[in-house]
Every structure is written in structure tokens, then in C-alpha cells.
Design a protein around this ligand. Structure first.
Ligand SMILES: [Zn+2]
Length: 416
């Protein structure tokens, strides 16, 4: 890491909703919901933000807390060229993924994962939760590589790892052994709960999984209802089990796409039950928008997507993640949170100048990941900033020049 001062300051616009002042004197935000402030830091921590007076020059930068992405797949990132899915379907993606997994090596995951983390850090991410294909020929190599990368990047990125396995795997002796290993490594258990399935089998498997995480002491993050059929079929089974035996362990439901196809009443009722059980939701509009809702050669106008607003209104923590990056499930991406926000804009209609439009990419993402810092800028918060050459959200989402501050030090390509 290059030698730089451990203290510094800058003047920038920051979102009103991410600013926590010791005292708020009724300063007005701009139409973009931005407030002009001076941010200073020392020894890796922010000092109290100071709102600029109207007499002071307006800043030329926009500062945001470094971002958290609650759902990626670093083990398969950048595998599109060796395992393309030209059909663009879910089944095609799965087949290509399984083929790639057969020949996956630790060296390959290390090289691609390192590239992904370097991009993520330089683009302003501070935390990522990555699912890992954890059953089959490439599983051991993937885990070994990602544990190494987690350690290699720990000074700059908080990397959470989730063991992605078929749901019934957790009922087997091998599943128990894997769960213990994952728990010992501070990971989470994942699974796939997508129709069609037999409800009675799924409920039993969910029971076993809940027992298992309580025993091992790690969180759960499920791929659930990533489908365009049988709206909320998986969520209904999960909630039926949670009604019988509440779980003390944090649960995240990723995707929840088909819930968006349920009636408004059904969406609202399920959202309320998710809130009651404190289940967080991660919406993944890019991969869903690409894979789901295909209708042959017709242009689909109805896309399965988690009903973010309904979930938020019910009190559910809802985050948005990138999901797949240049792999069989989605052919583009470069782990840039600004790019994700811009791409999600037409799919989700989440406006970053509104508190609930910005939260899924910032504070709610941190909450879904149970990070110690939610991303609010306040006295004593980590000096972790993404600073953009922009003075509005419109400019910010056009990928302007940026600088990244990591624990009070400017990040450079040479930083490690
Ligand atoms: Zn995923």
C-alpha cells in the first residue's frame, strides 16, 4: 500500500438519508436529496460531518459510503467465455454452469476471483456475499480458493461465503459435515428452493436446515422462487415451517422473483409474514430480467421480480444485488455498484434521490449482510468513501471518475 496521510478532508454532496448529524439545523437538501458537507477523517474514522453554509462554495464531488453487494457468485465470475449460455434461459444457464463446474480448478477460481475483487474494490465495494457451488467436482477447489481470497483481501473487503447446495443435501451425512466446516469458517448455508417440488419434502428439508443452522450457528441465504411459475411457492413453504418453529438465526431470501407475479393481496400478506419472521430479501433484477419471463420470440413485458416496494412497506429489509457477472447466468457486469444502480433503474424504478430508493443498495444491503456498519455517515463511522466527480445523481450514475477511500487511505490500483 502506498504511503498516504492517515488524516484528510474533502467537501462533497452526500445523500441526506445517509447523513447522521450530531445536530441537525434544518439545512435543506437539494432536489436530488443531496446536502453539501465537509467530511474529515483521522485514524480511519470520520469526524463529525459539517454541513456547509450557503455562503461557502458548492462542492464539485459527490461522496457515498463504500457499498455492500449482498449477492454475487465469485466462484463462477468471468466464466461466460468458457461456458456460454446462448439460449439465455434458466435451464441453459444451469447446464452450462454444471459443465463448467466439472473442470473448475483452484487456480482458475483464484485468478478470476482476484480479478473480481480488484474490480469490486476499485469500483467502491467494501463487502460482498458470494455464494459458492458447494457440491460436485469443483466444490473443494472453489472453497479453497475463496477462503484464500477472503484472507488476501480482508484489509479492504469483507467477504462472506455461502455454501450453495441442493436443499436436500443438508439432510445427508455429507451435508452435516459440510455445514460444520462452513460454520467453522464463518460462512453461511445456502440452498435452492424453486418449483416444481413436493411440498411435503421441501418442508421437511427446510426443518432440517433450520435445525442445522441453529446447531452450527451460521446464517442462511436461500435462492428461492427464482422462477416465472407457481408464484411464491417456495416462500409459502418456508413461511409455513417458520410459523411452526421460529428460527433465531438470520435468514435471507434471495430472488423471490415469482412473488412479483402473485396478486397484490398475496404479496402484501407474504410480505407481512416475512417481516414478522425478520426475513431479509435480496432482489436480483439483472439476472432475473435476463433469464426469466422468456416467451419464445415474443418480447416479454411482464418480468418476475421481487415486489420491492410492497416488501419495504411491510417492513422487510430489502437489498438489491448484482448476482451474476459474466457467467452462464448473466453475460455482462464488472462489479460496479453504480452500474448496478443505473441498470436497475428501469427494471425496479428505484430512484436514488428517495430514501427507500437508495436504501436497497446501501443501508439495507449492509443490514441484510449483518455488517457492523450500516453505511450512515456520522462521527466515528469508518472513513470508507466512494468519491465521484459528480454533483447530481444523474451524473453519478453515468460512471464518472471516482476515488475510493479505504479506512482513511486513498485506494490505488497498486494497493493490496
Ligand atoms: Zn445467485
Amino acid at each position: 500500500m502506498e504511503v498516504v496521510a492517515a488524516r484528510g478532508s474533502l467537501r462533497a454532496w452526500v445523500p441526506r438519508g445517509l447523513l447522521q448529524l450530531d445536530r441537525w439545523d434544518g439545512q435543506q437538501a437539494s432536489g436530488d436529496g443531496l446536502v453539501a458537507v465537509e467530511l474529515a477523517w483521522m485514524d480511519g474514522r470520520l469526524l463529525a460531518p459539517r454541513v456547509l453554509s450557503d455562503a461557502e462554495p458548492r462542492p464539485h464531488s459527490l461522496a457515498l459510503p463504500r457499498f455492500a453487494d449482498p449477492h454475487v457468485h465469485l466462484d463462477k465470475a468471468f466464466t461466460w467465455s468458457e461456458a456460454p449460455n446462448f439460449t439465455g434461459t434458466y435451464d441453459g444457464a444451469l447446464a452450462a454452469n454444471l459443465q463448467e463446474h466439472r473442470f473448475r480448478t483452484k487456480e482458475g477460481v483464484l485468478e478470476r476471483g482476484d480479478r473480481a475483487l480488484r474490480l469490486a474494490c476499485s469500483h467502491g465495494l467494501r463487502a460482498l456475499r458470494s455464494h459458492i457451488d458447494s457440491v460436485g467436482p469443483g466444490a473443494a477447489a472453489s472453497w479453497s480458493a475463496l477462503l484464500e481470497l477472503r484472507s488476501r483481501w480482508s484489509h479492504a473487503i469483507d467477504l462472506q461465503l455461502v455454501a450453495l447446495a441442493p436443499l436436500d443435501y443438508w439432510s445427508s451425512a455429507e451435508g452435516l459435515a459440510l455445514a460444520q466446516e462452513v460454520g467453522a469458517n464463518g460462512g453461511l448455508l445456502g440452498g435452492v428452493l424453486v418449483p416444481p417440488f413436493r411440498a411435503v419434502d421441501v418442508r421437511r428439508q427446510v426443518h432440517v436446515l433450520l435445525d442445522l443452522v441453529e446447531k452450527v450457528g451460521c446464517g442462511i441465504d436461500l435462492h428461492i422462487d427464482e422462477a416465472g411459475i407457481q408464484p411464491a411457492a417456495g416462500l409459502n413453504q418456508l413461511l409455513a415451517v417458520l410459523d411452526q418453529r421460529p428460527c433465531s438465526i438470520p435468514i435471507t431470501c434471495s430472488h423471490c422473483s415469482s412473488l412479483g407475479l402473485a396478486s397484490r393481496d398475496q404479496q402484501r400478506r407474504i410480505a407481512e409474514r416475512l417481516a414478522q419472521h425478520q426475513v431479509a430479501v435480496v432482489a436480483l433484477p439483472l439476472t432475473n430480467g435476463w433469464l426469466l419471463g422468456r416467451q419464445g420470440d415474443q418480447t416479454p413485458v411482464l418480468k418476475p421480480l421481487a415486489p420491492i416496494r410492497t416488501l419495504q412497506r411491510a417492513g422487510v429489509t430489502v437489498a438489491v444485488g448484482a448476482d451474476n457477472v459474466v457467467d452462464p447466468w448473466f453475460p455482462v457486469g464488472d462489479l460496479d455498484p453504480l452500474s448496478l444502480m443505473a441498470s436497475a433503474l428501469p427494471l425496479t424504478q428505484l430512484a436514488p434521490w428517495e430514501r427507500l430508493g437508495l436504501a436497497p443498495f446501501t443501508t439495507a444491503a449492509a443490514a441484510a449482510m449483518n455488517l457492523s456498519w450500516t453505511g450512515l455517515l456520522h462521527n466515528g463511522a469508518p472513513a470508507d468513501l466512494l468519491v465521484l466527480e459528480a454533483t447530481s445523481w444523474s451524473e453519478a450514475l453515468c460512471r464518472p471518475k471516482r476515488r475510493v477511500l479505504v479506512a482513511g487511505r486513498w485506494w490505488s490500483a497498486r494497493s493490496r
